[in-house]
Design a protein around this ligand. Sequence first.
Ligand code: G1P
Length: 305
Amino acid sequence: MEIIKAVIPAAGFGTRFLPYTKSIPKEMLPLLDRPAIQSIVEEGIASGIKNFIMVTNKDKESIINHFDSNPLLETFLREKNQQNLTEDLEKINRAADFTFVRQSEPLGLGHAILKAQHSIGKEHFAIMLPDDILISKIPGLSQLIRVARQEKASIIAVQEVPQECVSSYGIIKIKKQITPNLFKVAEIIEKPKQKDAPSNLAVVGRYVLSNKIFSSLEEIAPYAINELQLTDAITHMLKNNEKVFAFKIQGLRYDIGTPVGWLKATLGMALQSPEYGPYMRRFLADLDSPESFVYNKAKNIHHII
Ligand code: G1P
């Protein structure tokens, strides 16, 4: 089973991160020295993806430019012998091709995926949600691709979340547990109330799906209220006897769609980085010491309040 195409839906407004996202795509938020979307693409390439289909809108030109060449900058860097500064981007361009399609109306994740249909053939393909950053030894998507090949089926990445958070996710109803990390799925419920959640296994933004998802999306589209949900199309596929598994993906996951999630990702990644880690550790230790003016001042303010 060859899985070499990935759809990255990147047309959202980023409302959880306003006002930053008013004119700058949330996918261009920095994670250390690169935009978050570059980290997603690098995870895809490390998982064997060769074609990326990005679903964007008219305000996301900077994403397209980021993955295009920039002759003026390249000449400038060559003259200064600093080509290494954009080396990682050149590696990406040698390893993968990009197709950009537009979703002109915000009609939901399922609607965005349908926009990529013409670029996908009969094969299984991946979906990578760029708000979800996965840090793991084995790249997140490649963990899923391995299981998809093994089971010859659609696989969805899940992680356990605290009960009070289930209403922020698609939640899996388990049909059967196969191994400690692999489950046959009965149904997925998008953002259920805590009392209605069938488990605490939440979908975390990586999927390998059969191309049958497109006919399911088309069939349910006329009944969608406001947004066309990918989750509902997966449940529709299940009703048509498609095999869908959930795999507990290994690794740390950050939701960078909110300022707190992005701060956690930035700090967590900086602390693990050989380049930035030592500086950040020293900075945090200083911040936590009695000599730290900023810290003490913040503490005093806290006491006064
Ligand atoms: C989307 C999916 C949801 C999934 C989540 C993971 O929701 O619809 O099923 O659990 O991503 O991040 P969103 O967060 O885009 O509303």
